[in-house]
Design a protein around this ligand. Structure first.
Ligand code: GLC
Ligand code: CA
Length: 556
C-alpha cells in the first residue's frame, strides 16, 4: 500500500456560509475563515475542504455556480481567497476546493447562451430534449429537490435536464468542449496553489443516451440507472486525471452517490488513475416510510456491517473516507449518538473514537468537534434549505401526510441541522456574527461553544484534538488491518486494527445503559491510548461498560 500525505491527513469541512462572519452582514465569509485558522491549527487538522465559494445566485447555497473563477460576493473577493490560501499554507494547512461540475447555475454564461437558440455554440453544453407533447416532459424523472427533472424553456420550446433544482441545469459531459473548459478551469485553480478537489455528485456526470421512464416512486420516476455511474463516467475521470490531476500533488475525493465497494475500486483504486478516494453513503442512506425523511435509527448491527464491509473490502485496494456527517446530513451526535444533556459529550466522544480509529481519511464537519447538535426546529418557516422547503411542500402541502406525522421526520433529517452557525462563544449569536445571522443559531450555544471547550481539557474538542494527534503518532491507526468483533451485538461496536508491529482494540458502547464486556486475552497488560470515561487498564478482563463508554487499548 502506498503511503501518501492524504492517507495520513485529517480533513475539516467548512460550510463557509455558517462558519464565521467577518463583516457583520450575518453571512459567513472568507475573512471570517482566515480569522479562525489558528483555532483549526490548534485542533490539529491538516486540510480544510470548503463547500463552494464561487460566484452563485445561491439557489442551493453555492452548489449552483455562475462563474467558476470568481468568488461569491457574500463571501468576499479573490484577494480574500488568496489571503486565506496563503494564511492556511503558512500554518501548514492545505485547502481543498469543492468542484461542482455535474451542473452549473442557470445564470452561468454558458447556459445563458445555450438557451438562446438551437444552433447556439453553447447549445450542446447542456442536455436538451423535445417534450412528449404539450406540457409533457421527455420522461417521468423526478429531480432530487422535488418536481420534474425537466424544465421547459419557452425560448426554443424544448426541455433541459436538471437532476437538482431547475436553477442547476446538468452539463453535457459527452461534449468534448465541456470537458476541456472544466479541465482548464481546474488547472487554473491548481496553478493558484490549491491542494485538491472534493467532487460534487461526480458519479452522475455521464448519462445514457437513451432516456426512458424510470421506475415510479411517489409521483415521479427514478433517474438512477440512467444517470448514476453512467456509461462514460470512468473514461471522463481518467481523462481528467491525465489532463489535470496527475500533474499536481493534490488530493481528490469524489462524492459518489450509489457507490458500492466494487465500484469504489474503479473510482478510487490504488492503480485506477481516477480519484484518491470516494465518499460512500450506505451508512447514511437508511430510509423510512417517507424516503429519506425519517426519525428512525439504523440498527447498530446494520451500521457495523456496512462500515466493516467498507473497511475490509477496500483494504489494500482502495482508500476509505470516514465521516458521520457533513453539510447534507443531520448532526452526528443527534443521529448516531445521544444528544440528551447527560449523554451528549460522552456519546460524541464515543462516536469520534469509533470513526477515527478506523482505516481511511477522517473528515470532521464544522462543529462536530464541539459535539454540536441538531436544531430544535418547530416550524417549516425556519428552514432555509431548498431541499427541506420543497420536501415539506411536496409531502405536507399536497396532503400526502399530515404535518404531525411528517414533522419529526423532516426535523430529524433536514440539512439545515448542519447549517446553523458555528458556535464560537457564549455571546450574541454564538459569536458567529455581530449582525443578524442568515439562519438561526442553535440556542444551546450557551453550553456548547468553542471558547468554553478549548478552555476545558475534558471537552469534546480536546478529545478530538487527542484523536488527531494519536493518528499522527501511531501509523497502525492509518494503515492497520481492520477486524470486527461481536458482529451481532446491538450495543457494542468493537474492532481491532493490526499492523506496524502493533494491535489496537477499539471498544465503543452505543447503549445508554451498562453492558458487560470481556477484554480479549491478548490485550492483557495493554496500554490505554484514549478513553472517554477514564482509563481502562486491563487488570480486569470482565468489565461492565458504562453508557456510551469508549476506549482504545494497544499492545505490541
Ligand atoms: C451534493 C452537495 C449538496 C448539493 C448537491 C447538488 O450532494 O453536497 O449540498 O445540494 O450536490 O449540487
Ligand atoms: Ca459576512
Amino acid at each position: 500500500m502506498n503511503r501518501t500525505w492524504w492517507k495520513e491527513a485529517v480533513i475539516y469541512q467548512i460550510y463557509p456560509r455558517s462558519f464565521m462572519d467577518g463583516n457583520g452582514d450575518g453571512i459567513g465569509d472568507l475573512k471570517g475563515i482566515t480569522s479562525r485558522l489558528d483555532y483549526l491549527k490548534y485542533l490539529g487538522i491538516d486540510v480544510i475542504w470548503m463547500s463552494p465559494v464561487y460566484k452563485s445566485p445561491n439557489d442551493d447555497n453555492g452548489y449552483d455556480i455562475s462563474d467558476y473563477q470568481e468568488i461569491m460576493e457574500d463571501f468576499g473577493t479573490m484577494e480574500d481567497f488568496d489571503e486565506l490560501l496563503s494564511a492556511a499554507h503558512e500554518r501548514g494547512i492545505r485547502v481543498v476546493m469543492d468542484l461542482v461540475v455535474n451542473h452549473t447555475s442557470d445564470e452561468h454564461k454558458w447556459f445563458a447562451e445555450s438557451r438562446k437558440s438551437k444552433d447556439n455554440a453553447y447549445r450542446d453544453y447542456y442536455i436538451w430534449r423535445e417534450g412528449k407533447g404539450a406540457d409533457a416532459p421527455p420522461n417521468n424523472w423526478g429531480s432530487c429537490f422535488g418536481g420534474s427533472a425537466w424544465e421547459y424553456d419557452g425560448e426554443t420550446g424544448m426541455y433541459y435536464l436538471h437532476l437538482f433544482s431547475k436553477k442547476q441545469p446538468d452539463l453535457n459531459w459527452d461534449n468534448p468542449n465541456v470537458r476541456r473548459e472544466v479541465f482548464d478551469m481546474m488547472t487554473w485553480w491548481c496553478e493558484k496553489g490549491i491542494d485538491g478537489f472534493r467532487m460534487d455528485v461526480i458519479s452522475m456526470i455521464s448519462k445514457t443516451k437513451e432516456m426512458p421512464d424510470g421506475e415510479v416512486n411517489g409521483r415521479y420516476g427514478c433517474f438512477d440507472p440512467y444517470c448514476i455511474h453512467g456509461p462514460n463516467v470512468h473514461a471522463y475521470l481518467q481523462e481528467m486525471n491525465r489532463e489535470v490531476l496527475s500533474k499536481y500533488d493534490i488530493m481528490t475525493v469524489g462524492e459518489t452517490a450509489g457507490v458500492t465497494t466494487e465500484s469504489a475500486k474503479q473510482y478510487a483504486g490504488e492503480n485506477a488513475k481516477e480519484l484518491n478516494m470516494v465518499f460512500q453513503f450506505e451508512h447514511v442512506s437508511d430510509e423510512g416510510k417517507y424516503g429519506k425523511w425519517t426519525d428512525e435509527r439504523m440498527p447498530l448491527t446494520v451500521l457495523k456491517k456496512i462500515m466493516s464491509r467498507w473497511q475490509t473490502e477496500l483494504y489494500g485496494k482502495a482508500w476509505n473516507s470516514l465521516f458521520w456527517d457533513n453539510h447534507d446530513q443531520p448532526r452526528a451526535v443527534s443521529r448516531f449518538g445521544d444528544d440528551r444533556p447527560q449523554y451528549r459529550e460522552l456519546s460524541a466522544k464515543m462516536l469520534a473514537t469509533c470513526l477515527h480509529m478506523m482505516q481511511g481519511t477522517p473528515y470532521i464537519y464544522q462543529g462536530e468537534e464541539l459535539g454540536m447538535t441538531n436544531y430544535p426546529f418547530i416550524s417549516p418557516d425556519e428552514f432555509r434549505d431548498i431541499e427541506s422547503v420543497h420536501a415539506y411542500e411536496e409531502w405536507c402541502g399536497s396532503g400526502l401526510v399530515s404535518h404531525e406525522e411528517f414533522w419529526p421526520c423532516i426535523a430529524a433529517r433536514s440539512r439545515d441541522n448542519a447549517r446553523t452557525p458555528m458556535q464560537w462563544e457564549d455571546a450574541q449569536e454564538g459569536g458567529f456574527t455581530t449582525g443578524k445571522p442568515w439562519i438561526a443559531v442553535n440556542p444551546n450555544y450557551r453550553q456548547i461553544n468553542a471558547k468554553a471547550e478549548t478552555k476545558d481539557p475534558s471537552s469534546v474538542f480536546h478529545y478530538y484534538k487527542k484523536l488527531i494527534a494519536l493518528r499522527k503518532e501511531n501509523p497502525v491507526i492509518v494503515y492497520g488491518k481492520y477486524e470486527l468483533l461481536l458482529p451481532d451485538s446491538e450495543e457494542l461496536f468493537v474492532y481491532t486494527r493490526t499492523g506496524e508491529g502493533k494491535k489496537l482494540l477499539v471498544v465503543c458502547s452505543f447503549a445508554d445503559r451498562q453492558v458487560p464486556f470481556t477484554i480479549p486475552d491478548e490485550f492483557a497488560g495493554a496500554s490505554c491510548l484514549i478513553a472517554n470515561r477514564g482509563e481502562r487498564n486491563c487488570g480486569k478482563q470482565e468489565i461492565v461498560l458504562e453508557p456510551y463508554e469508549a476506549f482504545v487499548l494497544m499492545v505490541d
